[in-house]
Design a protein. Structure first.
Length: 157
């Protein structure tokens, strides 16, 4: 039997880069899991993809964060960078919009990571499962690459 069972569903990294634990994120909203459980990625480029299949149910007006809800109700939040709301959308170019259906790996957002860094903002991107208490979540695969699941889940009950 492999690391991941076949009946669980996958969550991938929304960007190429290094996977880290949420408690390493320098923002208590994420490190203390106030916005859900999950992981973070330190992106190596500015392309951000759907970490799972579902519907884009949230796109913040500053374009720095988006949420996807899967068919079975899992709510995933991708927050690009820390304190990036301050940019008011500068440096963020949405490719898709709220209400659109996506497949895991679909390009959703392009971000100018150099602009974030030039403004002194961290590019670390938390990925949280907002309603994690309703799901059984696997251990996080910190060695996952962009095409390998970072975690798996299944609905409880």
């Amino acid at each position: 039997m492999g690391l991941f069972s076949k009946k669980k569903k996958n969550i991938f990294s929304p960007a190429e880069g290094e996977i880290i634990a949420l408690d390493q994120v320098e923002d208590e909203l994420f490190s203390k899991k106030m916005l859900g459980d999950g992981f973070a990625v330190i992106p190596s480029d500015g392309n951000f993809y759907a970490p799972c299949s579902g519907t884009i149910t949230l796109f913040h007006k500053a374009n720095h964060a988006f949420g996807i809800t899967t068919e079975d109700g899992l709510e995933v939040l991708v927050h690009v960078g820390l304190d990036t709301v301050e940019l008011g959308g500068e440096g963020f170019t949405p490719i898709l919009s709220e209400g659109q259906k996506v497949q895991a790996g679909d390009l959703i957002l392009k971000t100018n990571l150099k602009l974030l860094e030039d403004r002194g903002l961290k590019t670390v991107t938390p990925v949280t499962i907002v309603n994690f208490q309703d799901y059984s979540i696997s251990d996080i695969n910190y060695k996952a690459d962009f095409k390998t699941p970072v975690l798996q889940y299944e609905k409880i009950g």
